[in-house]
Design a binder for this molecule. Structure first.
Ligand code: 9MR
Length: 360
């Protein structure tokens, strides 16, 4: 995939059994249907500090992406080393890079349980939590007002294993404010930048397991509740950290997206990669399975709706979070992303290309 003439405004608005012929035909149709309505912007999570020292990395981003998102930088731990500090250097540099190269930047993320600086543990009361959350979102969304068209406002709000009574994941926000924190975050972001696409972003909803099914149900209930109460919300982000050794629940995922569409919400793929620690050692075989998983995943989504963007969590296997949690036992490097460690396109890039490129 090469950089294409592209209307960036689009954002606002055989190895595995999955390689079976009928699946491929179905996915081809889904890819065509999605792309026939114009190209879908593609983007990747970026390690901003490496753009300058690693020229081939920088070139790969420029060459392939219409969107960027900081892999870090806008997380509380990066932005808020102290309670009175906001350190915008890194995201400002990424914004600059995006501007200079005709790309748009997504914002990740405003309210999450993870990557929180220690001082936030001292937030004691619900009033203090609300004050901090509102102050943070007002300042950060305000800093980029009109320049970040899409925000992951709330990240990973659904409990790992949702059970009756505890469907929302523990976090400082949930502990102090209950699930009201989600509404507070969305309303504040909408007040500060009414033009931004506000996204609730989550993962682990795509496999044929009871856990994924329960997580889909919990997420749909959350979205419905927010919509019923007119809380400003525009889209759901499906992260897509796909376990390479598991099938995609195509039916379950398509049905989920159908429901999202009925609520007049958009869908984005925000963090696609394929966790390959359990896949065969041979690179060719592994890359084919990785590509097939992504094809099933994107096919199931695109059959139900056209995503407003597709982003991978990183672009080259040289820089990926995957080995932090999913190192391979044979010591071989992970290959979860569209480009290999030398920034050469792999089978996964072809799949992404097929789903994102406008029909010629
Ligand atoms: O890839 C990110 C890694 O470099 C960070 O150390 C980690 C904590 O900030 O977050 C990783 O990104 C996560 C993203 O923010 C939310 N979804 C899951 C991603 C992978 O863990």
């Amino acid at each position: 995939m090469r950089r294409r003439d592209f209307v960036l405004g689009a954002l606002g608005a055989g190895l595995a059994s999955s390689g079976a012929l009928d699946t491929l035909v179905g996915n081809d149709r889904a890819a065509k249907a999605a792309s026939a309505r114009g190209a879908i912007p593609y983007g990747a999570a970026v390690r901003t500090d490496l753009l300058d020292p690693e020229l081939d990395y920088k070139a790969a981003i420029i060459d392939h992406c219409q969107l960027v998102v900081g892999e870090g930088g806008l997380k509380w731990i990066d932005l808020r080393p102290g309670q009175d500090q906001f350190v915008f250097d890194q995201p400002d540099r990424l914004m600059d890079f995006a501007d200079r190269n005709g790309m748009q930047m997504r914002g990740h993320t405003l309210a999450w349980y993870g990557a929180m600086p220690d001082w936030t543990k001292t937030i004691a009361s619900s009033a203090e939590a609300e004050r901090e959350l509102v102050h943070h979102i007002t300042t950060v969304v305000g800093h980029y007002q009109g320049r970040i068209p899409s925000w992951d406002v709330v990240n990973e709000a659904i409990a790992e294993r949702p059970e009756k009574g505890s469907v929302i994941r523990d976090s400082i926000w949930q502990e102090r404010l209950g699930k009201r924190y989600i509404e507070i975050a969305l309303r504040t972001a909408a007040d500060i930048d009414p033009s931004a696409q506000l996204v609730v972003n989550d993962y682990n909803i795509e496999n044929p397991t009871a856990q994924c099914r329960d997580r889909r149900t919990a997420l749909l209930n959350l979205l419905r509740d927010l919509k019923d109460r007119d809380v400003p919300l525009h889209a759901v982000g499906i992260q897509g950290h796909l376990p390479g050794d598991m099938e995609i629940d195509r039916e379950g995922l398509s049905a989920f997206v159908e429901e999202v569409k009925k609520m007049q919400l958009d869908v984005l793929v925000t963090e696609l990669d394929v966790i390959d620690d359990k896949l065969p050692a041979r690179e060719y075989d592994r890359d084919q399975i990785v590509a097939a998983r992504a094809r099933d995943f994107l096919g199931a989504i695109c059959e139900a709706a056209r995503p407003s963007a597709i982003l991978t969590w990183g672009i080259t296997d040289r820089y990926t979070w995957v080995p932090m949690w999913f190192k391979r036992e044979d010591g071989k490097p992970n290959r979860p992303l569209p480009l290999d460690a030398e920034c050469r396109p792999k089978a996964l890039m072809k799949v992404i290309d097929k789903f994102t490129r406008a029909a010629e």
